[in-house]
Structures are given as structure tokens and as C-alpha cells.
Design a protein around this ligand. Structure first.
Ligand code: HEM
Length: 392
């Protein structure tokens, strides 16, 4: 009988064999010890994402869940979520995101050029954790002199113990980061500028009851903290996962070099092949019956993104990394009301990052022996990945 525990090291290291077993043998899986259900088939995961009335986010999106009442967009339900999201969406207009491309390219080039004459570099610590935060800082308008502090605090917020529990250091860094954003917001309220912080302070939307709503200073600060963290960790993990794919599948890298216009598709394939976020947690609002099994109201349910991405019912030869694969909508960004707000930005950053990497180091190879996996039940990726600039 299949047993799935995402905290087990072997599972975190390579969850894909067990995902296949879950899809085939227990598509509505129950783990009594940890107290959660898991949906693993593509169709079931997508349907649950698209039904936020049955699958609530307000109990948290991890296996353990969180106290209700968190101010994060990610863990709000309708109707409150609707107007908060409307306001933050103003930040991510296609033009505002598109305008960042020259900045992203220049910054990626600057980070990579340091290693032009080197034999190797660590694509995580030297590159993929740096770039997304610089981009978010640029988007939000964090002054240059505060960016190093934002980097440091954001890294510390993400520290976890070996069994992926939150640490005291992470909590205190989170409080400091919030205070830093709150100071910035208060400053912009007193001295508005033409930047995203001032935009969020001034934006007014109508909520479901027809009332005009604006965010308080604390709410604006929380929004920025959420963006800094959501945008940081995920892209930081996707880039190294993509480096592994391009090392393991040299024919696909060759294809990309011959036809760089395939890079957009390659990014969606990276998201599918090894998603940075392996599951999204929910709480059942009512009894739900799926494949003859009833999930009782109030129980925790995890939607296994990583498994949906490898479901042979949805994708041919899913274990293969294939830059020609056409993906309508990657499960890795979620669906429906919580669809990732930074999806366009994440795709842009990742595309530009790989264009710049391949332009400088076309023969790179990752050194899997020295890679270090980040310990987390949900976030899948590496905390260190040495890259041999001239190949293995
Ligand atoms: C490869 C990169 C990324 C991946 C794989 C990713 C994945 C996701 C997923 C799966 C969700 C939905 C979670 C759920 O349904 O419970 C989500 C939501 C969100 N993402 Fe991303 N994300 C990425 C990058 C970014 C970036 C760059 C930003 C912002 C700068 C961002 C901001 C957000 C926000 C604010 C939400 C909450 C939306 C809501 O609840 O309405 N993400 N992301």
C-alpha cells in the first residue's frame, strides 16, 4: 500500500515515483498520522483550484495549516480576498512588468559576468536568490540603500529547521521586515512619489457590498512583504531546477540554442518538470466525494501540483523534459482566484535569466554530487548547486 509523507528525505529528494503510485492506487489519499488528504491527479487538482467555495485557503496552505485571520492574500477567502487582490493586481499590469525587462537583463548580466573567467559558481547563492529580490525591489521602489537589508531579512524569514518548522530567527526577521516596509509606507504617505508604494496607498476599489475600500498602512506593508517573499523563493528555486533539466537533457539544450524563440515554452516546461511549489493546501468547507471517497468537512486537503504536472493522463511521457511541449496553463501557478499574481513576472525573469546564462556559458554542467537540497515539505529546490562553467 502506498504511504506518502512529504517530510521524508527520500520523498523530498525524488517525489515523482510515489506521486505515480498515488495517482494510480490512491487518487484520494489519506495520511492519518499527519492528518491530511492528498489529491494527485491533474483533473482533480485543477477542479479543486477552481472551486474556492469548497476548498478554502483561510486555514492555511501548508499541511499543518495556520490560524485563521492571516492578512496574507494567499490565505484569504472570498469575499475579502476579492477586493484585496483587485488592489494588488494594479501592480502587475503587463506594461509595468514588461518595462522591467531591461533592468532584469542588465542585473542578470552583472551577476553572471563576475564568473566569466571562473571555473565554477553556485547558481543558487551567486545568482538565483539575488536576481528575484533585486527585481521585486525595483518593482516596488525599495531605495538602493535598503536593498541589502531586505535581502538579508528575506533570506532569514525563509530559514527552517531540518523538519521544515519555522525558526525563532525567521519570526524575528519577519517582524523586522514588516517594520521596514511599514516605515517606507508611512514615508510615502507623507511624501507621495510616482512609485508602486504610493500607488497602493492611493488605490481605491469597490468591495462586494459596493463600499469604496483602501488599504491601511499596515495592509500595504503586508502586501509588500508577501510580494517580496512569494517572488523570492519560487524563482530562486525554479532557475536551479531548470539548470538541472538542461544538464540532464542535452538534446533539449541544443534545441534551445538553435532556436532561442523556444525559451518561452522551455520556461513553462521547467515549471512543469520540477515545480518550485509542490502542493497547495486547503480546508474542505463541506463533505466532498471524489472517486467514491468522502473527505469530511473541516479536513485538510493538499493539491499535489508536482504530481498533477507529471500525470500521464494529461501529458505524454511526463518524466521527459521537452521544450517543444505545448502547455495551455501550467498547474505550477495555480488556477482561479488565487492564480499567481507574479506569473508573468516570474516567466519573464526566468526566460531572461536563461538567455543570459546560455549566452555566456553554453556548455555549463551542474555538479549534482555537490548539490544541497533545501529541506521543506512544499518548496522543492536546492540551496546550493555548483555549476561547472566549461562543462563536466
Ligand atoms: C516560479 C515562480 C512562481 C511560482 C511557481 C509561483 C506559484 C504560485 C502559486 C501556485 C500560487 C497559488 C497558491 C494557492 O493557490 O494557494 C501563487 C500565488 C501568488 N503568487 Fe506566485 N509563484 C511564483 C512567482 C511569484 C512572483 C515573482 C510573485 C510576485 C512578485 C508572486 C506572487 C504571488 C502572490 C501575491 C500570490 C497570491 C495570490 C492570491 O492568493 O490571490 N509569485 N504563486
Amino acid at each position: 500500500m502506498v504511504a506518502y509523507n512529504p517530510y521524508r528525505w527520500e520523498t523530498a529528494h525524488d517525489p515523482y515515483p510515489i506521486y505515480r503510485q498515488l495517482r494510480n492506487e490512491a487518487p484520494v489519499y489519506r495520511n492519518d498520522d499527519l492528518g491530511f488528504w492528498a489529491l494527485s491527479r491533474h483533473a482533480d487538482v485543477v477542479a479543486a483550484h477552481n472551486d474556492p467555495v469548497t476548498y478554502l485557503s483561510s486555514g492555511g496552505v501548508t499541511i499543518e495549516g495556520t490560524e485563521r485571520g492571516s492578512p496574507l492574500l494567499l490565505v484569504m477567502d472570498q469575499p475579502e480576498h476579492t477586493w484585496h487582490r483587485k488592489i494588488v493586481s494594479r501592480v502587475f499590469t503587463p506594461r509595468r512588468v514588461g518595462d522591467l525587462e531591461p533592468f532584469i537583463r542588465a542585473r542578470a548580466g552583472e551577476l553572471l559576468d563576475k564568473f566569466r573567467d571562473a571555473a565554477e559558481f553556485d547558481v543558487v547563492t551567486d545568482f538565483s536568490v539575488q536576481l528575484p529580490l533585486d527585481v521585486i525591489s525595483e518593482l516596488i521602489g525599495i531605495p538602493e540603500d535598503l536593498r541589502a537589508t531586505v535581502h538579508d531579512l528575506s533570506d532569514r524569514v525563509l530559514t527552517r529547521t531540518g523538519d521544515s518548522q519555522i525558526t525563532d530567527e525567521a519570526i524575528s526577521a519577519s517582524i523586522e521586515l514588516f517594520a521596514l516596509f511599514l516605515d517606507l509606507v508611512k514615508d510615502r504617505r507623507a511624501h507621495p512619489r510616482d512609485d508602486v508604494i504610493s500607488l497602493l496607498i492611493q488605490t481605491e476599489v469597490t468591495d462586494d457590498d459596493g463600499r469604496a475600500r483602501r488599504l491601511s498602512d499596515e495592509e500595504v506593508a503586508i502586501r509588500f512583504q508577501e510580494l517580496a517573499l512569494a517572488g523570492h523563493e519560487t524563482v530562486a528555486k525554479l532557475i536551479p531546477n531548470g539548470m538541472v533539466a538542461l544538464t540532464w537533457f542535452p538534446d533539449q539544450r541544443r534545441r534551445l540554442r538553435e532556436d532561442p524563440s523556444l525559451m518561452r515554452r522551455a520556461v513553462d516546461e521547467m515549471l512543469r518538470w520540477d515545480a518550485p511549489s509542490q502542493y497547495q493546501g486547503r480546508t474542505a468547507a463541506r463533505d466532498v466525494e471524489i472517486h467514491g471517497v468522502t473527505i469530511p468537512a473541516g479536513d485538510r486537503v493538499i493539491l499535489l501540483t508536482g504530481s498533477a504536472n507529471h500525470d500521464e493522463r494529461a501529458y505524454d511521457d511526463p518524466e521527459r523534459f521537452d521544450v517543444l511541449r505545448e502547455i495551455d496553463h501550467p498547474v505550477s501557478f495555480g488556477f482561479g482566484i488565487h492564480l499567481c499574481l507574479g506569473a508573468h513576472l516570474a516567466r519573464l525573469e526566468t526566460r531572461v535569466a536563461f538567455e543570459e546564462i546560455l549566452a555566456r556559458f553554453p556548455r555549463f554542467a551542474v555538479d549534482g554530487e555537490r548539490a544541497v537540497r533545501h529541506a521543506h515539505s512544499n518548496v522543492r529546490g536546492l540551496s546550493h548547486l555548483p555549476v561547472l562553467v566549461h562543462g563536466g
